[in-house]
Ligand binder design. Structure first.
Ligand code: SF4
Length: 263
């Protein structure tokens, strides 16, 4: 069993829970973003917002200077301008921006290092901390319920709670900059523990050197569906090499097959 801690980002935790084989493929060949235009827009907006934070906020950087690098990009300009006005109201609450965090934890006897960079952290009027995550896509934003069920939020919660041990409660907010909308959640102790517990089985398998394919509706957006995933190889091909696989049992949402591979 592997003793080295596994480094995991929030998105890797989500992928690992959903399909450990997808996570394994990503480790082997980190892919370029599916939508490179959106990725470039996201980088541009984040860069400008972080410069605004670093300059000391709207009182220290004029709107004109803040927008100078996005002047020729209408969507980016709109997002940064909206954020600028919003930050004017919020600046006194802000504690930090672009803060890198890490946390070593053990789940199911397996050591993990959770890592992420939080876009912004604010203090709240009830003594807590609000972690804000910028979203630059078109949306629609998630519902609070889907966000509560999202393992990435649990990872952010764990990181913020460990980094700010004296600030409670911890709340996480997605701020959708194109829409100027936000969704804020506060996880209960039960939700937090339940979400983290979903990692137990996949990380224990990883530590044993195994990955499991978990086919489901998410396969439709998996970049490896027709680029190496054996679940979607023609059945006859799969059946011709039975020794590679542990016998399947019921587990997948769409398919009753479950595939386990030694790595
Ligand atoms: S196609 Fe589905 S089963 Fe195959 S790796 Fe991707 S998510 Fe997993």
């Amino acid at each position: 069993m592997t003793k080295q801690p596994f480094p995991l980002t929030p998105i890797e935790v989500k992928v690992l829970i959903r399909c450990p084989l997808h996570y394994h493929f990503l480790q082997q060949s980190p892919s370029t973003p599916i939508d490179s235009t959106q990725a470039a827009l996201d980088n541009l907006v984040r860069e400008n917002i972080q410069q605004l934070h670093a300059a000391g906020g709207p009182d220290r950087l004029s709107l004109e200077d803040c927008l100078s690098k996005v002047a020729s990009q209408p969507r980016a300009r709109q997002m940064v301008e909206r954020y600028y006005h919003r930050l004017k109201q919020d600046w006194s609450r802000m504690i930090a921006g672009n803060e890198a965090m890490s946390l070593k934890i053990s789940i199911g006897g397996v050591s993990l290092i959770l890592k992420a960079t939080l876009d912004r952290l604010d203090k709240t009027s009830d003594g807590g901390v609000l972690a804000i995550l910028f979203r630059t896509g078109k949306g629609p934003p998630p519902t609070p319920d889907s966000l509560r069920d999202d393992p990435t939020m649990t990872v952010y919660h764990a990181l913020v709670a460990a980094t700010y041990p004296l600030k409670r409660p911890v709340r996480i907010q997605e701020l959708w900059l194109q829409l100027n909308q936000d969704v804020t959640i506060e996880l209960s102790e039960d939700e937090y523990r339940h979400n983290l517990a979903r990692l137990r089985e996949p990380v224990r398998a990883l530590a044993r050197g195994e990955v499991m394919a978990r086919p489901g509706l998410h396969c439709d957006v998996c970049p490896f569906k027709y680029r190496g995933c054996p679940v979607y190889v023609h059945d006859e091909d799969a059946e011709s090499e039975p020794d590679d696989f542990v016998p399947p049992d019921s587990g997948g949402k769409m398919s009753p097959r479950k595939w386990i591979f030694k790595i």
